[in-house]
Design a protein around this ligand. Structure first.
Ligand SMILES: *Cc1c(COP(=O)(O)O)cnc(C)c1O
Length: 435
């Protein structure tokens, strides 16, 4: 049963229920396609990280990587749960400010931060900039002089570990657009520039090894690599980092093939590894920061679509088309991401058919799910696609001039619209006439 893989239930009508509300009522009330989040699951996800660090008694910051899903309401929930926040652009920072997120808990990432972005970050006095390259060190130094301010920074390094779908490989010379190479002297050079800069407070190291990581091995390997470098800097410059940021990438369940360990177990293992290394190098344990994105928002959200046309190709397959597609969920087209779904209005009925779910964009690649088992399916059925809470809305586009879908939050049996559906007026609002 597909629902076994996802944190939702059926109600007495046999309809899919979200946060105590009938999904069919939501589809009728707000229209489709519709992103729906169960806010209690967002909170649960936040707490599974925050509480584990608390229980272990280690200082930590859990920063939500807001690129996964950023909206004012989402950031308000994350703020209520006491998380910090990662942003990578002025738009994401602006959203955080709209949500009244404490600037001191905001961290800025990016491999090409502009003068405008850095200026905005410095003016708001955000908590930390994660420095990515030499060009940026120059820019930050100049801006800090101009503003006569100081700022905390971490240095982003590439430890040369790649997670190739759950097997980790070491590459001595990692090929990445992000961060300073740990092995070829670049990280050392950057360290000296930052460490000796009077306007910069050099707080520690950051790395991010990948996404959809299901267990602790990769994080532990990264910890070992980072401490090797920290040990060198400690010996040469008497440097002890205040912060070790191990990035995000904690995996979620899209389909039954995905089997992430509970976040509490992963966090416990990585904390143990950090403690082990700190004591090995005779250092105080640094504050541990992590940056989950998908793991906070992903399984809390689903998308409701209305089924339209059906095309049977005898002996080949049956296509059913829905009223959304790659414009609201780019991941299948972008990297063959797999999803599961149910007919929300027939979720209790026995499965009889096998269909492939197509989006309505003019792209053959616009397929949402291949070979989905469903009950007898027809137009006006409501299809729910699970685990679309991360990198769905945030990657939405206006291809084919589809207005962006609405977002609804549900909690304790109450539903609330938190992002309006775009109108056709919105679609043309930036167009200027040429006659
Ligand atoms: C994307 C990203 C994250 C979040 O990744 P998830 O897989 O969503 O957890 C965290 N940190 C950095 C630096 C990232 O680029």
């Amino acid at each position: 049963m597909i629902l076994d893989n996802h944190p939702f239930e059926l109600n007495s009508k046999g309809h899919l229920e979200i946060g105590g509300v009938d999904s069919i009522n939501l589809a009728n009330k707000y229209g489709t396609p519709l992103y729906v989040y169960d806010v209690s699951i967002i909170r649960e996800n936040c707490r599974s990280f925050v509480d584990t660090f608390k229980d272990l008694g280690v200082s930590a910051q859990v920063a939500y990587a807001s690129k996964a899903f950023s909206s004012t309401a989402m950031l308000q929930v994350v703020k209520q749960e006491g998380l910090s926040l990662d942003v990578v652009s002025q738009g994401e920072l602006y959203t955080a400010i709209q949500a009244d997120f404490p600037p001191s808990k905001i961290h800025m990432h990016g491999n090409n931060k502009s003068v405008e972005e850095l200026s905005m970050a410095i003016e708001y006095g955000i908590g930390c900039i994660v420095v990515d390259n030499f060009f940026e060190i120059d820019l930050i130094s100049k801006l800090l002089k101009k503003y006569n301010k100081t700022i905390d920074v971490l240095i982003r390094v590439t430890p040369g570990i790649e997670s190739k779908t759950h097997q980790y490989i070491m590459t001595g010379n990692e090929d990445s657009k992000f961060g300073f190479n740990l092995h070829n002297g670049q990280a050392d050079k950057a360290f000296l520039q930052l460490y000796n800069n009077e306007n910069i407070h050099f707080k520690g190291l950051h790395c991010h090894i990948g996404s959809q990581i299901f267990e602790a091995d990769g994080f532990k390997m990264a910890t070992t690599m980072l401490f090797k470098k920290i040990g060198e800097w400690n010996k040469l410059h008497d440097y002890t980092p205040e912060v070790l940021n191990l990035g995000g990438g904690f995996g979620i369940r899209y389909t039954k093939e995905d089997t992430p360990l509970p976040y509490s177990s992963v966090v416990k293992e990585l904390v143990a590894k950090v403690k082990e290394h700190a004591s090995m190098f005779d250092m105080t344990i640094p504050e541990i920061w992590i940056e989950p994105g998908r793991a906070i928002a992903g399984n809390a959200g689903l998308t409701l679509y209305t089924v339209g046309s059906k095309k049977d190709i005898p002996g080949v397959r049956s296509y059913v088309s829905v009223d959304g597609g790659m414009t609201d969920n780019l991941r299948p087209a972008l990297y063959q991401a797999k999803y599961e779904g149910v007919l929300a209005n027939k979720a209790a009925q026995p499965v009889t058919d096998l269909v492939s779910v197509a989006g309505k964009c003019c792209e053959s690649g616009d397929m949402l799910i291949w070979d989905l088992p469903v009950p007898e399916i027809g137009s006006n059925d409501i299809l729910a696609v699970f685990s679309t809470g991360a990198y769905g809305y945030s990657m939405a586009s206006h291809y084919n001039r589809f207005p962006n879908a609405a977002v609804v939050f549900v909690e304790n049996g109450q539903d609330k619209l938190v992002v309006r559906r775009e109108s056709f007026h919105d679609v043309v609002k930036n167009d200027l006439s040429y006659e």
